[in-house]
Design a protein around this ligand. Structure first.
Ligand SMILES: [Zn+2]
Length: 167
């Protein structure tokens, strides 16, 4: 799949992240101001959706529905492991759907913006040159974002979600 790459307006993005409402809570509550995150899957405790500016095809985020900030400390062990079950299912669904040679899983975020803890699930396309892997494959500054039509994003989210439901 060949999509054109673009550089999103990072200044506007950072401003929104640091001054706007929590984007995960907004997606969970179906805030109409956040219409572009295609929801892949949700259950009682977790929500899975496509990242807004994907550096890789199939780039997905997993988050608890409740607003928690500390990646480990804000959860009981059982709650944490429950979320990791969802991360595992999302990672395998993404890997199988897009044919990734490797899947990156990481939690980033900042207490100064994007504080709601979430896990990035990022498939690396087969054959990606070594120097374009790892952080280079994740960062908008180095990889740019894929311009995927909204209809294709919706279909992709549905396909990944179907694989998660079946797993
Ligand atoms: Zn939140």
């Amino acid at each position: 799949m060949a999509f054109e790459r673009y550089q999103p307006d990072l200044e506007a993005y950072v401003k929104r992240v640091r001054t706007g409402p929590c984007f995960v809570c907004a997606i969970v509550s179906r805030d109409p101001a956040f219409p572009d995150h295609h929801i892949v899957y949700e259950d009682e405790g977790a929500i899975v959706f496509l990242i807004l500016h994907p550096t890789q095809y199939g780039y997905t985020l997993v988050a608890p529905k409740e607003h928690r900030e500390q990646v480990a400390g804000d959860f009981t062990v059982e709650e944490y492991l429950g979320l990791q079950r969802v991360v595992h299912r999302a990672a395998e669904a993404v890997r199988e759907e897009v044919g990734a040679e490797r899947v990156y899983i990481l939690s980033l975020g900042s207490n100064q913006g994007n504080a709601h803890v979430h896990w990035h699930v990022v498939p690396l396309p087969p054959g990606t040159p070594y120097e374009e892997q790892q952080f280079a494959a994740l960062k908008l500054e180095t990889a740019g974002a894929l311009r995927i039509p909204e209809g294709e994003k919706a279909a992709l989210a549905a396909r990944i979600g179907r694989r998660m439901e079946e797993s």
